[in-house]
Design a protein around this ligand. Structure first.
Ligand code: 5GP
Length: 185
């Protein structure tokens, strides 16, 4: 796709495929004999979730949450609202939250507290991307796909204004498009 918002490609489709397969293998090894429940965080995680799940070779269930984080177009505030909650209780389950990206970490911190209060047997995080230099809170993600620099990224499920999720790679948004997005808020 040609679009002036699409800047440098940070993670190519081949690298995504290879890393997602590796993560699926690690999750398979770690969750043998457990009661694994994947919790996908809508909507950004859906491509990653669908791909990694194909490489998980132990029984697992799937549920979804949708949250919205107040803030500007490219910065979250940490004030999180649940738009869609899980369908089933977590008590006694081995829960793995599947997220698209950890930026400040505030959304994930909220999710870990909220889901942790529901008595799961275990609670871990699998994030496709992380921007370590942006972190505002300490948190541990057991599985991480790629560390990326402090750029706003789109593609492979990640959007800007609901667009660009269908790109088969992860790209940085161009500086001009980021500046225009910030002006608009
Ligand atoms: P945090 O609370 O960690 O600052 O932000 C987490 C959420 O903000 C992510 O789940 C994602 O929805 C959004 N987000 C953070 N950084 C980016 C980015 O570079 N690109 C996109 N598309 N969304 C992002």
């Amino acid at each position: 796709m040609r679009d002036k918002a699409i800047g440098d490609i940070l993670v190519q489709p081949d690298a995504l495929r290879r890393r997602v397969e590796e993560l699926g293998g690690q999750i398979t090894a770690d969750y043998a004999g457990k009661d694994l429940l994947l919790v996908g965080v809508l909507k950004g995680a859906i491509f990653f979730l669908a791909d990694v799940m194909r490489h998980i070779d132990v029984p697992c269930d799937l549920d979804f949450m949708a949250v919205s984080s107040y803030g500007s177009a490219t910065d979250s505030s940490g004030v999180v609202r649940i738009l869609k909650d899980l369908d089933a209780p977590l008590e006694g389950r081995d829960v793995l939250i599947v997220e698209d990206i950890v930026d400040s970490g505030l959304t994930l911190q909220y999710l870990l507290r909220n889901l942790g209060a529901r008595d799961p047997a275990s609670l871990e995080v699998c994030a496709l991307l992380t921007k370590p230099t942006r972190r505002k809170v300490e948190l541990h993600a057991r599985y991480v796909g790629f560390e990326i620099p402090d750029r706003f990224v789109i593609g492979y499920g990640l959007d800007y204004n609901e667009k660009y999720r269908n790109l088969p790679y992860v790209a940085a948004m161009t500086d001009e498009a980021v500046a225009a997005a910030q002006d608009a808020t």
